[in-house]
Design a protein around this ligand. Sequence first.
Ligand SMILES: NC(=O)c1ccc[n+]([C@@H]2O[C@H](COP(=O)([O-])OP(=O)(O)OC[C@H]3O[C@@H](n4cnc5c(N)ncnc54)[C@H](O)[C@@H]3O)[C@@H](O)[C@H]2O)c1
Length: 293
Amino acid sequence: MNVIVTGGAGRLGRSVVGQLVDAGHRVVSLDVARSPLIDVEQRIVDLADADATGRALHDAQPDAVVHLAAIAVPFSAPETEILVTNTRLASTVAAASAEAGATRVLMASSPTVIGYGNPAGWAPSRLPIDETHPVAPWNSYALSKVVVEEVVRMTARTLTTMIASAFRPCYVIAPEEWAGAPTQQGHTVRQRLDDVSLAAPSLFNYVDARDAGDFVGAWLDRAESSSSGEAFFVGAPDSLCRADTADALAAAVPELAEAARGLHGHDAVFRSAKAERLVGWRATRLWRDQLAR
Ligand SMILES: NC(=O)c1ccc[n+]([C@@H]2O[C@H](COP(=O)([O-])OP(=O)(O)OC[C@H]3O[C@@H](n4cnc5c(N)ncnc54)[C@H](O)[C@@H]3O)[C@@H](O)[C@H]2O)c1
């Protein structure tokens, strides 16, 4: 397939591009930045510019569009800027993809839509959490991702020619980060394991960036058999902590101790069983193996 990846120069985008190329797809990255780490055509486009985005997609005539470009870190810009930028980019890319005749669109959302970490308090309706859990965003980043998922649903509802889904990648760890490069939050993976207060706010979720790339490839292959308008958690089946998940949660987030009893051993808090069922994907690069290499 001809695949456009927006944000292809980013932490997740680079691995998505790599895994799609390895799977035999022809990939073009649209981004405001360029990366020396990907070996595909890279077009510099500000996706907030609807005309420029429309031209880029029209020129590329993609079969599929994978939309990752965003302000990717909560509170890394003023709240209004995050909300406006992320929702604008999703809306612009969805419209331009439809106009260009793409038949598949997959957009990056985030597990943060669930609302964990709310300083005013948060209690899950149950653990582990799957896609049926209600959303409760408490900051502009999470709210923007709820809107991204609604853009996907609107697209699915209105365009029978296009299959659209959203995925919620857990805390993305790029290949070089296993080897000691700083992760998205500036610390290393080992520091995240040694100090549970670093991973506790995200409930110890994580996914290897190449596994997330494999999810994208599997979704492109299987999009027709998974319904349009779906959202998928995409995470490792275990937790990024050395202790059993329930014990780590009880120690770091005591208000979740009771709910955590539903978790066994190293079980992840977020279940990706839907991705396995509908897309045939399961994460294979787990931290105990990756850190040992
Ligand atoms: N990294 C994670 O842990 C994580 C977790 C959940 C969801 N996500 C989502 O996955 C996606 C990718 O995240 P990432 O970690 O690779 O982020 P990143 O910041 O490394 O990459 C985002 C890319 O988008 C590009 N971009 C931003 N604004 C743009 C614009 N106006 N026009 C064109 N390009 C633009 C940036 O230049 C960058 O290369 C985001 O949507 C993010 O919200 C990431």
